[in-house]
Design a protein around this ligand. Structure first.
Ligand SMILES: *Cc1c(COP(=O)(O)O)cnc(C)c1O
Length: 430
């Protein structure tokens, strides 16, 4: 495998772009080596600037659930472009996608489109504060809600990997309103609620966190949060930017049967275009401007091209529920095969897997919160990543990420991945 153009591009990029990338985790700092620059993608494959092909298990961090460059979405985008790329005025497609979202995610009675997951969570917290008249909110350690100031307190994803979970530039004034709890720990929530009686506007979490690596909610945890929020008048926000339209048509809330008051969405919702959304109960969303006093706006929100891609994606998922069985099966085959090799080689590991998401942690301990995730051997993960990359498999370049599978993974490709996995694990041994 020849990698020369990617290297040259990265060297040049570092002159003009901070760290050479437009989002930190792309720089490969957590796994060593230089990033691969991507020229194009199709189905289960991405191709780099040196024309190397990789089977890929990130799918643009989630959106490409049907694989890359899907003809249906490509055609919808091209067709929409013929009528102009932005109007800054309402369109029929926005009404259609809003109606579809409320159908697929029934706890969302009204929804506002934005341009990213970051915008969705920032706006949702503002609305929850406006609705309750309270300032503080609880977030879980290691959960990632985009790069809004008040969320960069023990944030997951790139923020862990980069080793500065508390980013400079976030003021003490902002940080003091963000309360932290470990995931899967209801007693910790009860303590915070007692100590901040009538001051907590919202509890926000990834119901199934993927940004500290994947973890699974323990039995009764989400239900327990629901009860506490009902009792205390706290707005329960599920950040389903990652899990929405992925774990089920209606996201983690459908899978676990727990309804939040508000939901944030992103990634799949844009079919690969920059889109986010936040929504929830009618009485809460009626507080959003111009219906209510909480201000939130966007020049390119509901952009016609982005809406065409998102609407096509969501319509397909809505009409093809069998996609989720297919993804479960792909996830099962892949993780069972990986377990088999790890067992055979006697390596210590934990695999957390749910549907089309999984993480392999190099630790023998269970991983159920941020602290347990941090016990894994990140040096070994970095080597594993590099060994897989050499064999043409592109994984998320950090231990603290979930992988995202797509329907483009055929049995033949799964066998190729498993073969590369076993060879990589053997190489780690030596
Ligand atoms: C990706 C992600 C975000 C941020 O979305 P961006 O579109 O990257 O701003 C927020 N929350 C969760 C759970 C995410 O996975």
């Amino acid at each position: 495998m020849q990698i020369t153009r990617s290297k040259a591009l990265f060297e040049k990029a570092k002159n003009y772009i901070p760290g050479g990338v437009n989002s930190p985790v792309r720089a490969f700092r957590a796994v060593g080596g230089d990033p691969i620059f991507i020229k194009r993608a199709d189905g289960a494959f991405i191709y780099d600037e040196d024309d190397n092909a990789y089977i890929e298990l990130i799918n643009s961090w989630g959106p490409m659930i049907l694989g890359h460059n899907h003809p249906m979405i490509r055609e919808a985008v091209i067709k929409a472009m013929e009528n102009g790329t932005s109007f800054g005025a309402p369109t029929a497609r926005e009404v259609e996608i809003a109606e579809l979202i409320t159908h697929m995610v029934p706890s969302v009675e009204k929804v506002r489109m934005v341009n990213s997951g970051t915008e969705a969570t920032m706006s949702a917290i503002r609305v929850a504060r406006g609705f309750t008249g309270r300032d503080k909110f609880i977030k879980m350690e290691g959960h990632y809600h985009g790069h809004g100031d008040s969320f960069l307190i023990s944030a997951g994803s790139g923020a862990i990997t980069m080793g500065n979970p508390d980013s400079p530039g976030v003021t003490k004034g902002t940080a003091k309103d963000t309360l932290l709890a470990p995931y899967n720990d209801l007693e910790a929530i009860e303590k915070l609620v007692r100590a901040n009686k009538n001051e907590i506007a919202a509890i926000i979490l990834e119901p199934v966190p993927g940004n500290m690596g994947l973890a699974i909610p323990q039995k009764g945890y989400l239900e327990g949060l629901r009860k506490i929020c009902d009792r205390e008048g706290i707005v329960l926000i599920f950040d389903e930017v990652m899990t929405g339209f992925r774990l089920a048509k209606g996201g983690a809330q459908e899978l676990f049967g727990v309804s939040p008051d508000m939901t944030t969405l992103g990634k799949i919702i844009g079919g690969g275009m920059p889109v986010g959304a936040y929504g929830g109960k009618r009485e809460i969303m009626e507080h959003v401007s111009p219906a209510g006093p909480v201000y939130q706006a966007g020049t390119l929100s509901g952009n016609p091209i982005a809406m065409a891609a998102g609407l096509t994606m969501l319509n397909y998922l809505n009409e093809h529920p069998e996609v989720y069985n297919q993804l479960n099966e792909i996830g099962n085959k892949l993780t069972q095969g990986i377990r088999k090799s790890l067992d055979k080689l006697g390596l210590k590991y934990t695999i957390n897997h749910l549907g089309s998401m999984y993480s392999l942690f190099f630790t023998g301990q269970q991983v159920f919160d941020f602290n347990s995730a941090k016990q894994s051997n990140t040096v070994l993960f970095g080597k594993y990543f590099q060994e897989m990359l050499k064999r043409g498999i592109y994984l998320a370049p950090s231990q603290f990420e979930s992988l995202f599978l797509s329907t483009a993974l055929t049995d033949e490709l799964i066998q190729k991945i498993l073969h590369a996995n076993e060879e990589s694990l053997i190489a780690l041994h030596h």
